[in-house]
Design a protein around this ligand. Structure first.
Ligand SMILES: NC(=O)c1ccc[n+]([C@@H]2O[C@H](COP(=O)([O-])OP(=O)(O)OC[C@H]3O[C@@H](n4cnc5c(N)ncnc54)[C@H](OP(=O)(O)O)[C@@H]3O)[C@@H](O)[C@H]2O)c1
Length: 279
C-alpha cells in the first residue's frame, strides 16, 4: 500500500513514520508542501500517487489559534480541504486527524463520535469546520479525533512538567479539566490498523482512562522518580487566550467497533519515559 503523510515532521507524524514500516510511506513536512497551497498539495500527491492520504498537519498552538483565527482557518480548515480535494481528484482514501476540542466540554459522560460539534475556541472551530467540509467532499473519509497527545520529538505536557520539576521543588497544575492523555505511538498503531481496515466515518482514538492535568503531572513525576511536589489549582488562576473544555473525554466505542483497544494512559508512561531518556 502507498501512503502519503502530511505532518510527518510533527509529534504524531514522527511516530507514524517510525511504525509504518510494512507499506510504502511518503513523509511530508511543510517544507515539502504548504497545505495552504492547492498547487503544492496536488504536486506532492501526484508525485507520490498514494492509495491512502493521512493528514496530521495542523496549526496546533491552541492559544496561537485564538490570537490569529485567520491563520487557524487557513491551515486547519482550508489547508485540510485542499488535501481532501486532492485525495478526491486522485481517488486516494483519506484519514484526517482531529481533536476533542470540537466539543464544548459540557458533557458529564464520554463524547460519542456522532455527538454534535460545539467548539469553544478558534482551534476547535477550525478543526470542526474542517471535519464538516471534508465529510461533505469525501463521505467515506475517516476522521480520527484524539486528545492530549504526548510523545517524544515534540513539545508536550509531560515533557514540560519534567523540565519544570527539574528546577523547582513544587509546581501547580490545573485540576478542573478532564480528558484522555494519548501516547503518539499507540495512536499511530491504531491509525495504521484503521487504514488497513478501510475505516470510514468518525472514530475516537485515545488511550484508556480519564484524568485531569494535575493527575497526569503527578503520575508522570511519580513514574519518573521525581521528588517535586504537585499541587492542584484551578483554570481561573492560569488564564490563557483560548478557553479549554472542562471535560473532553472521548468514548472508545467507535474504535472498539474496529476491534482496536488502546491501553490505559498510565501504562504508556514507562515507554514515553524510556524514549525521552534515550535522547
Ligand atoms: N497535540 C495535541 O495535544 C493534539 C490533540 C488533539 C488533536 N491533535 C491533532 O493531531 C495532529 C498532530 O498533532 P501534533 O501535535 O503531532 O502536531 P505538531 O507536532 O504541532 O506538528 C504539526 C505538523 O503540521 C505541519 N504543518 C503545520 N503547518 C503546516 C502547513 N501550513 N503546511 C504543511 N504542514 C504544516 C508541521 O510541519 P513542519 O514541522 O515541517 O513545519 C508538522 O509536521 C494535528 O492534526 C492536531 O490538530 C493534536
Amino acid at each position: 500500500m502507498r501512503v502519503t503523510i502530511f505532518g510527518a515532521t510533527g509529534m504524531l507524524g514522527k511516530a507514524l513514520v517510525r511504525l509504518w514500516t510494512n507499506d510504502e510511506v511518503t513523509a511530508l513536512g511543510s517544507s515539502h508542501a504548504d497545505i495552504r497551497s492547492p498547487d503544492q498539495v496536488d504536486r506532492v500527491v501526484a508525485e507520490s500517487n498514494p492509495e491512502w492520504i493521512v493528514l496530521s498537519a495542523a496549526y496546533t498552538d491552541v492559544d496561537g489559534c485564538e490570537i490569529n483565527p485567520t491563520l487557524a482557518a487557513a491551515v486547519n480548515t482550508q489547508g485540510a480541504v485542499n488535501v481532501a480535494k486532492s485525495a478526491a481528484n486522485s481517488r486516494a482514501k483519506f484519514l484526517f486527524i482531529s481533536t476533542d476540542y470540537v466539543f464544548d466540554g459540557k458533557n458529564t459522560t464520554p463524547y460519542e463520535a456522532n455527538d454534535p460539534r460545539r467548539p469553544i475556541n478558534a482551534y476547535g472551530k477550525s478543526k470542526a469546520d474542517a471535519e464538516q467540509k471534508i465529510l461533505a467532499l469525501l463521505p467515506d473519509a475517516c476522521v480520527v479525533r484524539t486528545s492530549w497527545l504526548f510523545g517524544p520529538g515534540g513539545k508536550c505536557f509531560p515533557d514540560t512538567i519534567l523540565k519544570l520539576a527539574a528546577t523547582r521543588p513544587q509546581i501547580e497544575v490545573v485540576n478542573d479539566q478532564r480528558g484522555c492523555p494519548t501516547y503518539t505511538f499507540d495512536l499511530a498503531d491504531a491509525i495504521i490498523k484503521l487504514c488497513h481496515a478501510d475505516a470510514k466515518g468518525i472514530v475516537h482514538g485515545t488511550n484508556g482512562g480519564v484524568c485531569t492535568w494535575y493527575d497526569f503531572a503527578a503520575e508522570t513525576l511519580r513514574q519518573a522518580g521525581s521528588n517535586t511536589a504537585v499541587r492542584p489549582t484551578t483554570s481561573d488562576k492560569f488564564v490563557r487566550p483560548a478557553p479549554r473544555p472542562s471535560y473532553s473525554v472521548l468514548s472508545d466505542a467507535s474504535l472498539t467497533a474496529y476491534g482496536i483497544k488502546m491501553r490505559d494512559w498510565q501504562d504508556t508512561l514507562p515507554d514515553y519515559l524510556r524514549e525521552r531518556n534515550a535522547k
